[in-house]
Design a protein around this ligand. Structure first.
Ligand code: SF4
Length: 324
């Protein structure tokens, strides 16, 4: 069953030097209980997608076109007071840095109780019991003691567990996790991703996972969007996209993984850099980094075509009908 449908979303930042389009023609769907990954280099627009869904795009960014249907309600048109009833309640977000969510001068328990009381009619005592149960679910040892501690008394991994516990207190339908493990040690990263996966599977929670780490998305998500310069360039089943990447940019990302390189060899890199919003090239935004560029790539934005079981925006793929 469909939970979210993003249709031709466009986000523009109006700056003194002119309007910059941060997202263009972004369309995807998410089913109930589905886990979707969004990957791409920094500046690809991954986080702008997430912030658009919960109407947290920082000014002067605005949604200039498109719809965001959440269970049929168009979030792109809802007034802020109505969005507030959904954000932090039915759609929750976790960020790279747990301290973006946690208040350093309040105990974990106070923050969890406040969150519950903001969204539910519940006594303080009951809210505290629910908070302790939630801390147990995210595998925090001795939750009855931890609940009275301040964020700085916990390790980075524990803090991220607390943030997940707070996000799930209201039993949301959708969790958006924006680089949730980037700031953590590798071993802790694996534990947190394992926890998130388990929680999604147990409760049928839908997940949008934003990351630059293809290894993480391959373990956790079922479908994948690859973004470049504010546009989706490839989308399909995660396994399919990773095993049979069709778009030259996706192929470059996969070739750049350390596991694609033999010991002693230099890491493969995609030549050049992601363009800034102010300097997105005409035609296909990837044309000056691509090894397959055709004359049309420099002038015309590619439409989406079916390639294998994925959808890809690429003239070369469209022309060949097979992967380059
Ligand atoms: Fe490369 Fe052209 Fe495809 Fe863009 S459209 S990825 S430049 S072949």
């Amino acid at each position: 069953m469909r939970l979210l449908e993003v249709d031709k979303l466009e986000v523009t930042f109006s700056l003194r030097q002119g309007a910059l389009t941060a997202l263009r023609d972004v369309s995807f769907t998410l089913e109930k209980g589905e886990r979707l990954g969004i990957v791409g280099e920094s500046g690809a627009g991954k986080s702008v997608v997430a912030y658009s869904i919960v109407n947290l795009i920082s000014k002067p960014g605005v949604i200039t076109a498109g719809n965001i249907l959440f269970e049929g309600q168009n979030l792109a048109l809802l007034p802020e007071k109505d969005i507030r009833r959904i954000r932090g309640n039915r759609i929750c977000m976790i960020f790279q840095d747990p301290m973006m969510t946690l208040n350093p001068v309040l105990t974990i328990g106070t923050q969890m109780v406040e969150c519950l009381k903001a969204h539910r009619t519940v006594s303080t005592r009951k809210a505290k019991e629910m908070a302790i149960a939630q801390l147990e679910k995210v595998r925090i040892p001795s939750p009855e003691t931890r609940i009275d501690q301040y964020p700085h008394e916990l390790s980075g991994g524990m803090r991220q567990r607390v943030v997940i516990a707070i996000a799930l207190l209201t039993e949301p339908e959708l969790l958006i996790a924006d680089e949730p493990t980037t700031a953590l040690d590798v071993t802790i990263q694996a534990e947190i991703m394992d926890l998130l996966l388990g929680l999604c599977e147990q409760s049928g929670l839908s997940l949008i996972l934003i990351t630059h780490d293809l290894g993480v998305v391959s373990q956790v998500t079922q479908r994948l969007l690859v973004m470049y310069a504010g546009r989706i360039v490839e989308q399909g089943l995660t396994r399919e996209v990773i095993d049979h990447p069709q778009h030259p940019y996706t192929q470059g990302l996969i070739k750049a993984l350390p596991e694609s390189t033999l010991p002693g060899q230099r890491l493969n890199q995609i030549p050049g850099m992601m363009p800034t919003l102010a300097a997105i090239p005409s035609g296909c935004a990837f044309h000056d980094r691509c090894g397959y560029t055709l004359p049309v790539c420099r002038t015309t934005v590619p439409d989406y075509v079916d390639a294998g079981r994925s959808k890809v925006a690429c003239h070369w793929v469209a022309e060949q009908g097979v992967e380059p």
